[in-house]
Unconditional design. Structure first.
Length: 270
């Protein structure tokens, strides 16, 4: 569980973990440089939690530290502003035991905005199986829903600390290009939004980070022909949209960069 200055939200998230019908073997909080009394709250109210502190290095570095520090083969993530429903881990364990050839499982989710549950937009409805192409438009897996075997990280690598946001989008591309994904179709988490410190609200032009992730996975040269073509097509689509915006804003250098990027990958998108 990565957290930065979210003491009260973190407490809610932890209470949802300890309300599980199947308790995890270990719970670790990675404090990404908080100054709001997070450590004191944990020491006083959750002394059983494994606590790790790092200077403010970002969510990717925090998650990576957690992966490296905790034991066990199966790892779950929970963002400090979300909460698990009580059967989350039990339902995922049952799903994985029934499908032992799978190494990653995610779930549907409830969306809560400013304390009120809202309808999940159709484009964010979750899917299972070989879902690489489903992961191209937007982030199709929420970190707080995932249960994943440690060996997957050994295979595809950890979160990219060079990406200030869309780091999960980047990771899911690498994973879903190589692994099928199980889905628990009933919501197993409450995904909270609407607060000002969400990463998605802190960065403008989110697609520029997705374009970086697409370019990286194409250049690695390990995609199947079908997936490479789909990734190139999405890169061109996103870069074209971004080019149009840069042109309208008079950002000549930026527009030229994306124009060259489109030219470079257009032939791969055919």
């Amino acid at each position: 569980m990565p957290s930065y200055n979210r003491r009260d939200l973190l407490k809610r998230a932890l209470l949802s973990v300890y309300s599980q019908t199947l308790l995890p073997a270990e719970v670790a909080v990675i404090d990404d440089g908080s100054t709001d009394g997070t450590e004191r709250m944990l020491r006083e109210e959750f002394p059983q939690v494994s606590y790790y502190y790092q200077q403010n290095l970002g969510v990717s570095a925090a998650r990576n530290l957690g992966i490296q520090q905790v034991g066990g083969d199966w790892l779950a993530f929970l963002d400090s502003d979300d909460e698990w429903l009580p059967e989350k881990l039990a339902n995922q364990k049952a799903k994985l035991e029934a499908n032992p050839e799978h190494w990653i499982c995610h779930t549907e989710e409830n969306w809560v905005r400013n304390g009120t549950q809202v309808r999940v937009p159709k484009k964010y409805v979750k899917t299972g199986g070989w879902i690489f192409t489903d992961c191209l438009p937007l982030c199709a897996i929420s970190p707080s829903t995932v249960l994943i075997h440690r060996s997957v990280f050994t295979d595809v690598g950890l979160f990219d600390t060079q990406l200030p946001t869309c780091e999960d989008y980047d990771l899911w591309l690498r994973i879903t290009a190589n692994y099928p994904v199980l889905l628990v179709e009933q919501p197993q988490i409450n995904k909270h939004g609407g607060h000002e410190d969400q990463l998605s609200m802190a960065f403008w032009g989110m697609d520029r980070f997705r374009i970086n992730a697409l370019q990286k996975i194409i250049e690695e040269g390990q995609l199947s022909e079908r997936n490479r073509q789909a990734a190139a097509s999405m890169l061109v689509k996103k870069a074209t949209t971004y080019l149009n915006g840069a042109t309208k804003r008079g950002k000549v250098e930026e527009a030229n960069y994306y124009r060259q990027l489109i030219k470079r990958y257009a032939i791969d998108a055919i």
